[in-house]
Design a protein around this ligand. Structure first.
Ligand SMILES: Cc1cc2nc3c(=O)[nH]c(=O)nc-3n(C[C@H](O)[C@H](O)[C@H](O)COP(=O)(O)OP(=O)(O)OC[C@H]3O[C@@H](n4cnc5c(N)ncnc54)[C@H](O)[C@@H]3O)c2cc1C
Length: 481
């Protein structure tokens, strides 16, 4: 049996952040993920905001990891080559909302966050399209936007580059501990580990139950979103929130780290069985349109190129980040809802330090860096010419909307955590993320996947098992009709 120092369950931004921090130690570490790629849960479908940290109640784990995590983003994203911009955020309020803003400001000050309340003129200087009746806003200049799935993928790639293993399509279905070793059974294999980290997101309570830990009472709330085309990019410059209410931070309007505009999310309670369904509803989308219009003028929803939904999983009011008292060596990361993306880098470091103390792991002298990726759309004509001379595939555009070349797609298919599906390619290089949403490039991406993976076109999948895009040859189809 394979014996690992640490096994991490769940390949979201939290699990991969833990894995990457563990890869800084001399240790044998493995991440098990049930889906066909990392970043397939909440870490795929969220607002992508690096929250400044005024929202979480002072003294909570949420506040601590949020503020610590946010401070890590500028250097972390530069090191991992992940799209991030420190654009600042505004919580916009009408006249009667001033006292609520003061509460948020005071909490921000207690949490150690740079915040100030601006009057209408200063707000308009930052956001010329702010709604006419907005009188004040809480400004947090340290807030930012990041690509959540690219951060997750970069954590995983960096960990693998430094010796960690990632196994996809391996759902953990049984867990036990005998003596000092855990036995971790997936649908395919049995592994042994000295330390186990439960970072299974919406599945974390189920994983807890596998080892007899408290399953915890989770709640799930879906958020619906619109993504607007790049041409709307100028409509908003900062992250603009309404005043928060008991459901959460409310429907925001913001630029994305990749140059689109995002509107959303709602907060619709769903039962556990629907927590991973992530389907938008017409009512949810209507609420998003109305919420956005209350904040900003000129938001053109007709330029929407995609709608999507993501689901938050909460356990009470705070994150659960602790070692099990019942089962020593079993570490629980439950209820990591917002600001979990912002907090992930700090949670990753903290949990890796906890595991290292427990297992007496030694730190490596240094980590191998991730190479900076060539991106056609960000390169000058001279850089493109030089790269295409090296390898002509970097001069052949496949996705016209996002200007992605064949070379970039091939590189994604052979990256440390390889992209084996159309969606996995899309999350890594943005082929299919543009205006036509893959209408032109998807067949080309499928051909490249088929060629590079050595599989027939009929086996090329959109995502998880059963999502083959063209499962029959046309003639076979006729024969079965
Ligand atoms: C609508 C919405 C908006 C948000 N906006 C923000 C924001 O702007 N800023 C911010 O900081 N945070 C935000 N968040 C919160 C943030 O997205 C989450 O905190 C974060 O993504 C949680 O990451 P995770 O790794 O814990 O969970 P996930 O990303 O869900 O990962 C858990 C993984 O575990 C896997 N898994 C489950 N069970 C098993 C099993 N038995 N075996 C193997 N694998 C398993 C799942 O497939 C999944 O990939 C938002 C969340 C939502 C839903």
């Amino acid at each position: 049996m394979n014996v690992y120092d640490v096994i991490v369950i769940g390949g979201g931004v939290v699990g991969t952040a833990v894995l990457r921090s563990l890869a800084a130690y001399k240790a044998k570490v493995l991440l098990l993920e049930k889906s066909s790629d990392v970043a397939c849960g909440s870490s795929r479908a969220n607002s992508g905001i690096v929250h400044a940290g005024y929202d979480a109640e002072s003294g909570t784990k949420k506040a601590y990891f949020n503020v610590k995590g946010a401070a890590m983003f500028p250097s972390l994203t530069a090191e991992l080559d992940v799209p991030y911009q420190k654009v600042g955020s505004l919580v916009a309020a009408r006249k009667e909302g001033l006292s609520a803003l003061e509460v948020l400001r005071d909490r921000g000050v207690r949490n150690g966050v740079k915040v100030e309340i601006l009057g209408r003129d200063a707000v308009r200087a930052l956001e010329p399209n702010i709604a006419d009746d907005i009188e004040y806003a809480l400004y947090a200049p340290e807030a930012g936007v990041v690509s959540p799935y690219q951060l997750t993928i970069a954590f995983a790639d960096h960990a693998v580059t430094n010796g960690a293993e990632v196994r996809l399509e391996e759902k953990v279905i049984a867990l036990s501990k005998e003596g000092a070793l855990f036995s971790v059974r997936t649908e395919k294999e049995v592994y042994a580990a000295r330390f186990v980290v439960n970072a299974a997101g919406a599945g974390a309570a189920e994983v807890n139950a596998l080892i007899g830990e408290e399953p915890y009472q989770e709640t799930h709330a879906v958020g619906d979103y619109y993504i607007l085309d790049h041409k709307e990019a100028g409509v908003v410059r900062t992250v603009v929130f309404p005043l928060p209410d008991e459901r959460g931070k409310g429907i925001l309007v913001a630029p994305t780290a990749d140059g689109n505009v995002i509107l959303g999310p709602t907060s619709r309670k769903v039962p556990h069985e629907e927590a991973e369904r992530n389907a938008v509803t017409a009512e949810g989308l209507l609420a998003v349109r109305e919420g956005a219009a209350r904040l900003m003028k000129g938001v053109n929803v007709r330029s929407a190129i995609r709608v999507y939904a993501g689901t938050r999983t909460a356990v009470g009011g705070d994150f659960i980040i602790e070692e099990s008292a019942k089962v020593p060596g079993f570490y629980m990361l439950l209820g990591i809802c917002s600001p979990g993306l912002t907090s992930a880098p700090a949670i990753g470091e903290y949990v890796a330090e906890e595991a290292a103390k427990k297992l007496s792991l030694e730190k490596k002298e240094k980590m191998i860096p991730l190479p900076k990726a060539f991106r056609f759309r960000e390169s000058s004509a001279e850089e493109i010419a030089a790269k295409a001379k090296e390898d002509p595939a970097f001069g052949r555009i496949v996705c016209r909307c996002e200007k992605v070349t064949e070379g970039e797609i091939v590189r994604a298919v052979h990256s440390p955590v390889p992209a084996k599906t159309v969606d996995a390619v899309k999350r890594r290089v943005r082929a299919g993320m543009g205006r036509c949403q893959g209408g032109f490039c998807q067949p080309r991406v499928m051909e490249i996947l088929s060629r590079e993976l050595g599989i027939p076109m009929t086996a090329v999948r959109k995502g998880d098992a059963g999502s083959e895009i063209a499962p029959y040859e046309v003639k076979d189809g006729y024969e079965t009709l």
